[in-house]
Design a protein. Structure first.
Length: 445
């Protein structure tokens, strides 16, 4: 699986091997973040909460940034085409902010130093002195560099899968791919983090910020950097990455050409009137509605699919639907599929926004792509717990069975199917042509 995923990640950059006389010259498709000559495109920024930075008034923020600019000039320099830090001072931070990307970066450090790379202003891809003499075996240095060190203990990605560091005095090479919060780290051609979620260090109750700068940490010893190249990843490539990630056990339930295996309430399987198939995508007919659901019944499952919203698009996912009635109340829940920004000023309750368990549990917002672009979503249902991952970011993870009376928009008693443990999977059409494709399900029970 890792070999296949790695091939997918680098399909646009397999030639990105940099030879000695090509340092700081980007491979095809990449841009150089460091020009090999000066600090153009970078500024100083200490370890600082980006949410607090945004909340500062302009004068206070300008004062902080001016102090960090002086610190960067004092502790960073360019020498022989290499960025050099003395182990102290503000972190060197890109002027640009990035969403989904592939980053190539080389580094060389010294004994007893450690460092790291902040992604979207969030710590961090760790760099260690991996020797016992470095004195940090007790906190993970013995496992090697490249892990997402600030993830929670035991969380995927916190510890690297293999130790791939080269000896002191040699250059190391990172290839880092970020799609949403999903992070893959390849160190010296070894996969050390395989699509793990980088947790939001600044607020673990929220998904990682959608965009942010890259920062090079300063941490107690000299470190040198070169060949810092970045390629932004578009929606189609991001979706392919997410679809391929750990895909064992997922089975297609929509063939792109027929309604085989699907039905509308009260009709035989395959008999459908309110939906259509166009260009391999399933969609609700304009100004028509009703639920389209699988003939199969599921208990615990994970579902993956792509969806495309028109402006103002509105649909929903039927979770454990009994085959009749309004899935928002007789099913376990309806998960919203909604062009949330369109309705944001119309009194929309957060529990009605995209990804929310309708009228019960609100999902984090700000992770939808623009109308007309394909989004990728994965929904996992285990017992009464439901998890929604949108474009690589976890926007909802709640146990609906543990909700209190105050969590509901309406009376709890209205949600008759909340405790349902088996049912159909489907789409709750609300009259707009929201498109779905690549629909796959994996049984978990």
């Amino acid at each position: 699986m890792r070999i296949r995923l790695l091939a997918l990640l680098v399909c646009c950059s397999l030639g990105a091997v940099v030879t000695a006389d090509e340092h700081n010259v980007p491979p095809d498709g990449f841009v150089a973040l460091f020009n090999g000559k000066d600090l153009a495109g970078w500024h100083g920024m200490r370890h600082f909460n980006p949410y607090k930075l945004e909340e500062m008034d302009a004068a206070e923020r300008d004062k902080l940034l001016a102090e960090d600019a002086r610190s960067a000039r004092e502790h960073w320099r360019v020498e022989d085409g290499e960025l050099v830090n003395d182990g102290h001072g503000a972190y060197l931070t890109t002027d640009g902010e990035y969403g989904d990307f592939e980053l190539l970066i080389d580094y060389k450090t010294v004994a007893k130093a450690d460092s790291g790379i902040y992604l979207r202003a969030t710590p961090q891809v760790q760099i260690w002195d991996t020797t016992e003499e470095g004195g940090k075996w007790g906190i993970g240095a013995d496992r090697g560099s490249g892990g997402l060190w600030n993830n929670s203990p035991g969380a995927p990605g916190k510890d690297p899968l293999v130790l791939a560091d080269r000896p002191f005095g040699e250059w190391n090479s990172f290839r880092i791919v970020m799609v949403g919060s999903r992070t893959t780290v390849i160190l010296n051609d070894h996969v050390v983090v395989d699509g793990a979620v980088l947790e939001n260090y600044w607020d673990r109750s929220k998904p990682l910020r959608r965009r942010g700068p890259i920062q090079l940490q300063t941490h107690g010893g000299e470190i040198r950097w070169r060949n810092i190249f970045l390629r932004e990843i578009g929606p189609e490539e991001a979706n392919r990455f997410l679809q391929a990630r750990d895909d064992h056990g997922f089975e297609s339930i929509f063939d792109g050409v027929s309604f085989r295996g699907w039905k509308e309430p009260g009709k035989p399987a395959g008999v459908v009137s309110n939906y259509m198939i166009r260009d391999g995508a399933l969609m609700c007919r304009p100004r028509r509605g009703s639920t389209l659901h699988t003939a199969e019944i599921y208990g615990d499952f994970a579902a993956r699919f792509e969806f495309r919203l028109p402006r103002g698009g509105n649909n929903g996912l039927s979770i454990r639907y009994p085959g009749f009635g309004d899935t928002a109340y007789v099913g376990m829940c309806e998960l919203q599929i909604l062009d949330t920004p369109r309705y944001a000023n119309d009194g929309l309750d957060p529990r009605q926004a995209h990804g929310s368990a309708y009228a019960m549990a609100a999902a984090a917002q700000g992770y939808l792509r623009e109308p007309g672009e394909w989004n990728f979503e994965e929904v996992t249902v285990v017992g009464s717990r439901i998890r929604v991952e949108l474009n690589g970011s976890v926007i909802l993870d709640r146990d609906l069975g543990a909700l209190g009376d105050g969590d509901f928009m309406y009376e709890r008693s209205k949600h008759l199917g909340l405790g349902r443990r088996m049912g159909h999977f489907g789409f709750a059409g609300h009259g707009s042509p929201v498109a779905f494709r690549g629909v796959r399900i994996k049984r978990l029970d």
